[in-house]
Write a protein that binds this ligand. Structure first.
Ligand SMILES: Cc1ncc(COP(=O)(O)O)c(C=O)c1O
Length: 391
């Protein structure tokens, strides 16, 4: 027995339970068709909602930024200066989202880790939806603040908890806007009403809302017309924006406080000039036209309707996130491998990303898919579904 045996055994257990992630290799740009493990396959699982991951205008902006600014910032921003591109992107994001200010981080995950502990402090209480994303869960774990987990999408239970903790000096309500694994929406108007009635702050994670919901993809706050009533919108630049990075947009005082107190801002180097320039271009494309957002939704409605017609259970999704519910993790992985043999790339998602017994294939729609691509995927789903007895 050596000190590595524990890991060998744990890996074997994961394999036995069907919970071992198969990580496939990508050998091309990510697009509707992508080279994966040496095969050109139809990509149905990337978060490339608008096709920005390989968009010409974003690529040109990134190349120009490398020429002008080089490849890295070589700095934590508060210690050795912040690049003009970071400031430019932050101003653009604030104006796009309709907020007072925005601050960027290295990822959406970091944005949650930065904002939750900084805002809630030690004396506060956090109210968090039970299905919130792992980065929110970890952000909460980084604080000594009390945590109240409210049932999924239950604004009434939240109201009762806020009432019970009415004397807490800081109350922070956190919810995903679009839930990342099920594609359902938070009841944000009711959540905001409850928070306002109890002097609580609201943080909404809009990772799957921006580029997707609201006019021109401005996000979930725009979708529900709640401008000015949500204190912090956490965003990612790695999904609809097609690049990498994260941000918090919201009230001026809070954003400025995060520049002073958000630990990933203070203790980790910034994203690269190429990332920032590509994101600036992404916001510009979205501001100029909503064509890609509309195409994304056309594809979404068509694909969901046809999957339903074939007899698949796509859960409670109201968005381009389309879970094909299969239950058992081994069945989900078998399904995914069979799809791959049909040249359709859609990974299985199992515990701990979703609860045990709720494994699924999470299909992600993109504006880059053509109608014939969707028909190709539907044919493969039908064939595999029949073969494994799912439909
Ligand atoms: C709801 C939610 N928040 C945050 C993140 C993290 O974003 P990033 O990939 O930029 O770290 C994700 C990504 O999976 C997400 O789904």
């Amino acid at each position: 027995m050596d000190k590595y045996d524990i890991f060998t055994r744990a890996l074997e257990e994961l394999k036995e339970q069907g919970l071992y992630n198969i990580i496939r290799r990508i050998d091309s740009a990510v697009g509707p068709w992508t080279v994966v493990d040496g095969e050109r396959v139809l990509n149905m699982c990337s978060n490339n909602y608008l096709g920005f991951a390989n968009h010409d205008r974003l690529k040109q902006a990134a190349l120009r930024a490398v020429e002008e600014y080089g490849v890295g910032p070589a700095a934590v921003r508060s210690i050795a200066g912040t690049m003009r591109l970071h400031e430019e992107l932050e101003a653009k994001l604030a104006s796009f989202k309709g907020t007072e200010d925005a601050v960027s981080f290295q990822s959406g995950f970091c944005a949650n880790l930065a904002s939750i502990p900084a805002v809630v402090g030690k004396q506060g209480v956090i109210f968090t939806d039970e299905l919130n994303h792992a980065s929110i869960i970890d952000g909460c774990r980084l604080t000594k603040a009390e945590r109240v987990i409210f049932p999924h999408r239950d604004a009434e239970a939240l109201t009762r908890s806020l009432e019970e903790h009415r004397d807490a000096p800081v109350k922070l309500v956190i919810t995903d806007g679009v839930f990342s694994m099920d594609g359902d929406l938070a009841p944000l108007p009711q959540i905001v009403d409850a928070a306002e009635a109890h002097q609580a702050l609201v943080l909404v994670d809009d990772a799957h809302g921006e580029g997707v919901m609201g006019a021109h993809g401005r996000g979930i706050v725009d979708h529900f017309n709640l401008h000015g009533r949500v204190d912090m919108e956490v965003g990612t630049l790695s999904k609809a924006f097609g690049v990498v990075g994260g941000y918090v947009a919201g009230k001026r005082e809070i954003v400025e406080y995060l520049r002073q107190q958000g630990r990933p801002f203070l203790f980790s180097s910034a994203t690269t000039p190429a990332d920032m320039a590509a994101c600036i271009a992404a916001v510009e494309v979205l501001e100029e036209s909503d064509e890609l957002v509309r195409k994304l939704w056309d594809n979404t409605w068509y694909f969901k309707q046809e999957l339903g017609r074939l007899g698949f259970d796509t859960g409670a999704s109201e968005t381009p996130i389309t879970p094909v519910m299969l239950g058992d993790a081994k069945i989900a992985w078998d399904f995914s491998k069979r799809l791959f043999a049909e040249k359709v790339f859609a990974q299985a998602i199992a515990y701990p990303t979703v609860p045990k017994g709720k494994a699924r294939i999470r299909v992600m729609m993109s504006a880059g898919h053509r109608r014939e691509d969707l028909d190709y995927a539907l044919e493969a789903f039908a064939k595999v579904g029949r073969a494994v007895g799912a439909v």
